[in-house]
Design a protein around this ligand. Structure first.
Ligand code: HEC
Length: 148
């Protein structure tokens, strides 16, 4: 065989492989490629936009509105967040606004928390970010070389 014939045959074989690959012959069906589970369907509570004005009757802690620091959004945050758990769980955290926002979303997606409209969400996430910001722990707090 001449060199040109070898090259032509090689190109033809490559083209055939590429065509088969485009047709999907070498790939598993798309549904097999999906590794993450689809998000669960939103619960009735997650679709509820109204902020609660009181705690559910079967709540398992003794916290009151006063358990949360005073400020704009205190009541709204308390009645929404303390429906499932005490406020200690929240007060133990110190996070950026962004991370409070994703915690908020996690409570909706994972635990079926009510999903309030944007204004209420902003009010509560602002409140959380203002009162429970990230804390820097340990040494180096006064170290000028560790400014971030
Ligand atoms: C529908 C029930 C429900 C509501 C409402 C709820 N949470 Fe939670 N939350 C949970 C459960 C259950 C856990 C414990 C399991 C977990 O961490 O996923 C939890 C855990 C947490 C934790 C601890 C996470 C950790 O890693 O230690 C924080 C912080 C928190 N919630 C914040 C909030 C805030 C802020 C709100 C209000 C905006 C809220 N939660 C509203 C159910 C809820």
């Amino acid at each position: 065989m001449k060199l040109t014939q070898v090259i032509t045959a090689g190109i033809a074989a490559l083209a055939a492989i590429m065509l088969l690959d485009r047709a999907g012959s070498f790939r598993p069906p798309a549904e097999k490629l999906v590794t993450t589970k689809p998000a669960p369907a939103p619960t009735a509570a997650a679709r509820n936009k109204a902020l609660p004005k009181a705690l559910p009757a079967d709540v398992k802690h003794q916290d009151t509105v006063e358990s949360m620091p005073q400020g704009k959004g205190q009541e709204e945050t308390f009645y929404l967040c303390a429906a499932c758990h005490g406020t200690a769980l929240i007060k133990a955290q110190g996070m950026t606004r962004e991370r409070w926002d994703s915690t908020f979303q996690y409570m909706i997606d994972r635990h079926g928390m009510a999903d309030p409209d944007k204004a209420d969400r902003d009010l509560i996430v602002d409140y959380l970010a203002e009162h429970f910001p990230p804390r820097r722990r340990g040494r180096g707090q006064d170290n000028p070389f560790l400014k971030n």
